[in-house]
Design a protein around this ligand. Structure first.
Ligand SMILES: *Cc1c(COP(=O)(O)O)cnc(C)c1O
Length: 251
């Protein structure tokens, strides 16, 4: 790897220190909840940050990354896979996804956290099928369904109401190229995180009874990861606390 992947100073040191601090937070939250730290994945979210930062995190031992914007995500994933030559890197699409991006996402993503409609699931299934035929990917695409909590839809954050989860889960189970792995949530901005995550935990518990192999729950970010771990998260998606503040989006 290039010399930029030096963890002893500068940006590399900063990222490694932030990563260690966040892992400590996750581990402490697990202990407080009586859970094993091995059961909660810490997924660094690298959207807006350059491939060189991803390489520094790889030097610090990270192998899985969350991204949310196309084409930034696909370009970066390809670049880092080539620059490192590592075959065990995994990239997660965690952000809202339009159907017309299914084709490109199918080429770089190992897991999508944000599936919220049957039409999107079908578009991904077809796109992954094509990518497999072309040799652009090997395995199925892992899928999490994004839960929509009460009055969530009005706020435009996407997500599927609890009573519509089984229909979408069945669509995914019946597909050729998708693997149903669990649920994901982005709590609404208003109200208390504790209340939203409690509601999420109850939806998740019911879901796992019905779909025992789809046990993942992607929940928790920089500010609420402790609460999410308390309510059963198996994957916290952490951007700011590891990477620093994201640049402001220009239109
Ligand atoms: C950016 C992003 C995150 C990370 O959020 P932070 O508050 O910066 O930790 C988590 N989940 C999703 C879906 C995101 O888009």
């Amino acid at each position: 790897m290039p010399e930029v992947s030096d963890l002893s100073s500068g940006r590399g040191h900063e990222l490694a220190a932030n990563l260690a601090r966040v892992r400590d937070r996750v581990d402490a939250a697990c202990r407080a909840a009586g859970r094993s730290p091995a059961d909660v994945q810490l997924l660094p979210v690298t959207k807006f940050f350059p491939a060189t930062d991803v390489e520094l995190l790889i030097a610090a031992g990270v192998r899985e990354f969350g991204e949310s914007r196309e084409p930034e995500a696909g370009t970066k994933a390809t670049e880092v896979r080539e620059s490192t030559g590592l075959s065990d890197l995994r990239f997660h699409m965690i952000g809202q996804l339009q159907r017309n991006k299914a084709k490109t996402v199918a080429r770089w993503a190992d897991r999508v956290h944000s599936v919220d409609s049957g039409k999107l699931a079908q578009a991904l299934d077809r796109a992954v099928g094509t990518a497999r035929e072309d040799g652009a990917r090997g395995g199925a695409l892992e899928i999490l369904i994004q839960i929509g909590l009460d009055d969530d839809e009005a706020k435009g954050r996407g997500g599927v109401p609890a009573d519509e989860l089984p229909a979408l889960a069945d669509t995914i189970l019946e597909s050729d190229n998708l693997e149903l792995c669990g649920l994901m949530v982005i709590p609404p901005l208003g109200g208390s995180p504790e209340q939203w995550l409690d509601q999420t935990a109850r939806i998740h518990q019911g879901f796992v009874v019905q779909y025992p192999s789809a046990t993942e729950l992607s929940a928790g970010m920089s500010d609420d990861l402790e609460i999410a771990v308390k309510y059963g998260s198996t994957c916290v998606r952490v951007g700011t606390a590891i990477m620093g503040s994201r640049p402001v989006i220009s239109p």
